[in-house]
Design a protein around this ligand. Sequence first.
Ligand code: FPP
Ligand code: MG
Length: 335
Amino acid sequence: MTTDATSGLALPVVDEALAERLRQRLDDVENALAYHVRGSADFITEAAGHLMAAGGKRFRPLLVLLAAETGPDAADDKVVTAACVVELTHLASLYHDDVMDEAALRRGADSANARWDNHVAILTGDFLFSKSSLLTADLGADAVRIQAQTFTQLVEGQMLETIKPAPGQDPLEHYLQVVAGKTGSLIATSARYGAMFGGASDEVVSALTAYGELVGSAFQLSDDILDVASDSAESGKTPGTDLREGVPTLPVLMAQASTDPADARLIELLSSDLSDDALHAETLGLLRKHPAMEQARDYVKGQAADAKAMLGVLPEGPVRAALEAFADVVAVRSA
Ligand code: FPP
Ligand code: MG
């Protein structure tokens, strides 16, 4: 679905004028980010710029910029600032996440914990979060409150992932709660900030926040499917990390629900310690071929359709079409 208008953007935007505005503002965001990750010593700047320089799709800033197009003030400087706030928060969380996951690769490069060590990675995450908070102060008290609430949700989601479902709680419900917290929250805030600082009505801000929550969860569900399905060359990460860590994700939960005797070996493996390389490889192989993968993909497409249904408050036109395309891209992403 790539067209000339989309080059440089992580989503298809058919309207050339809109695509050009988004590209220009993403350049502004990129320049501002490079400025904001500077520290008082070269090493701090290097560590803080490491994952940013390694790549990334800039999905969250793009969503801020696109959501801002629903209001009259899309060109306001605060929109670019808000885009930096969400990307810096995201980057901060990746440094911490890779420590928790003991991940070696991120965005096709060494993770910060692998390149340096856990101390550097944790402190760099803290540094980036401090920069994000400083910038949020320029956006006013409401934005600071939203940022703090989002941080709470991110951390709660991440912590819930480390514990089992509550007694009697459906594992899928627990998992969806984790996903909504650790990823849905910041993507919802991206859409919300965009609409707010773009000057959209309260009705549109609410609709875009709900859209962002759904798209954000779909984004993480796709990521979890990719963790099983893709190889490092596609994803820039080590495949099967969730399996190795014993974190049950959508395809795993769906495979575990199978009562087919042919799945007995896979189900046995899924409840064993997969830090062993041979068992891990066997599990990954069986899961990749299992119908649960398709079932999981269908679930994500349903979530993207629910997200698009939230856009009914917007007039038909290029902005709404781009937001719809954004939901579709998230649901079928391959990287
Ligand atoms: C990736 O999950 C992790 C997140 C999206 C959120 C992580 C949140 C924290 C570490 C809380 C601390 C936050 C800040 C701002 C300092 P994943 O491991 O499933 O995805 P991956 O495949 O990208 O590693
Ligand atoms: Mg991770």
